[in-house]
Design a protein around this ligand. Structure first.
Ligand SMILES: [Zn+2]
Ligand SMILES: [Zn+2]
Length: 263
């Protein structure tokens, strides 16, 4: 059995891939990566313009569109404008399957926290209206994230905590709230002991894997530009931790991906 995996979070329309997109896609497909969820920043016109080229180069790509918490400050005067922008973009995006990445980032605090929260809420409402799952970015903002998810409530939209880096207790909360958990290359780091425990505890039918490329290259590629082909390294690390095969991890995460994003 050959490996078949999906990268459930990458930024292939980023400028980092402008020069060699066909080769990047070719390497992914050769590695057994049959599809991906590409995150598109709704407020970035240039990135939006590059979407068509990625779709043409890789038919297995599906799209998620949203305003990242880092960019929330641009909508400080009127957070509802962020959701309207996302909804406008959705019009022309036949392959859009999710709203995201959206959420809270208190590590960088690029936008005031109240503004991040308001922009997050508005986009959750949009996702519920459009019956689309959400891709959640949360960093050092656990309490506010779960409070907002419960208040909105976002559970019926469903979705995924992307690039999960929390502990087992937080994973439990995310699962209990009805969400999937997506692990990135950090799980390949030898010292990520708590994340290794998370990788063992998440039920196989709630697990996704991702690269978050061009960010977060896995071992042994740390410090270089990440790309979707390397999601196989993530699957391998999880297979080792769970004492199963990379094929089994690939198959389960592919099924979860299809159920969540690919109707
Ligand atoms: Zn993120
Ligand atoms: Zn991302």
């Amino acid at each position: 059995m050959s490996v078949d995996v999906v990268d459930s979070h990458c930024h292939l329309a980023g400028e980092e891939f402008e020069g060699d997109l066909p080769e990047v896609v070719q390497r992914a497909v050769a590695a057994g990566v049959s599809g991906a969820l590409m995150i598109v920043a709704a407020d970035d016109d240039k990135e939006h313009e590059r979407v068509a080229a990625v779709e043409a180069a890789w038919p297995g790509v599906r799209l998620s569109i949203g305003v990242h918490p880092h960019a929330a400050g641009r909508f400080a005067d009127e957070p509802g404008r962020a959701a309207r922008l996302v909804e406008d973009r959705l019009q022309g995006m036949e392959k859009a399957r999710a709203i995201g990445e959206i959420g809270l980032d208190y590590h960088y605090d690029f936008a005031p926290r109240e503004v991040q929260q308001a922009v997050f809420c508005e986009q959750i409402r949009l996702a519920r209206r459009r019956r689309l799952p959400i891709v959640i970015h949360t960093r050092e903002a656990e309490e506010d994230t779960f409070r907002i998810l419960a208040e909105e409530p976002a559970g019926d939209a469903g979705g995924v905590f992307h690039c999960f880096t929390g502990d087992r207790a937080m994973a439990r909360r995310a699962l209990d709230a009805g969400f999937h958990i997506s692990l990135a290359g950090i799980v390949t780091f030898p010292r990520a002991a708590e994340l290794h425990e998370v990788a063992k505890m998440v039920p196989l039918d709630r697990l996704l894997i991702e690269t978050d490329s061009p960010f977060l290259a896995p071992v042994p590629h740390r410090g270089t530009r990440n790309e979707p082909a390397l999601v196989v390294r993530v699957a391998e690390a999880i297979a080792r931790l769970r004492d199963t095969t990379v094929e089994a991890v690939g198959q389960a995460t592919r099924q979860n991906f299809d159920r969540l994003f690919n109707p």
